[in-house]
Design a protein around this ligand. Structure first.
Ligand SMILES: [Zn+2]
Length: 134
């Protein structure tokens, strides 16, 4: 579980409420550490670029991520995770979520029922071992 302040948490909750009944999505920005937990220092709302049912899926523009990384790098910050909401669904990973999860990134899912955030959960896929045989 990543560490984030109450302020960051409230910003995510607000984004989820605002997007309801659609899914919100955004980026967790911070510092990764081998020794301790990932620290989230700010969040960036991203546009849900998914063409179609925005209530059940989200997509973030890869170009947006590219430009964000360019901006963060000189500040010693990086993309450490992604948050999104599940309108009227539990805060568990969907099949799609699992399929597109990037190892090492933190995934925060918020369950929104009737416009209120009722549950927040965080997931992370382990890094695959490096293949040094080639
Ligand atoms: Zn999802």
């Amino acid at each position: 579980m990543a560490k984030y302040s109450k302020n960051i948490y409230e910003q995510m909750v607000l984004a989820a409420k605002k997007a309801y009944p659609n899914e919100c999505c955004g980026i967790l920005v911070g510092k990764k550490s081998e020794q301790s937990e990932t620290e989230v220092t700010e969040i960036r709302e991203a546009e849900n670029q998914f063409q179609g049912q925005k209530a059940v899926h989200f997509k973030i523009d890869p170009l947006y991520l590219y430009h964000l990384e360019q901006e963060l790098d000189p500040r010693g910050l990086e993309i450490v995770g992604i948050y999104h909401s599940h309108p009227d669904c539990p805060a568990i990973l969907s099949k799609e979520d699992e399929k597109y999860m990037v190892p090492g990134l933190e995934y925060v899912i918020m369950s929104v029922q009737n416009g209120e955030v009722v549950d927040v959960k965080s997931y992370k896929k382990a890094m695959p071992p490096l293949n040094r045989n080639n």
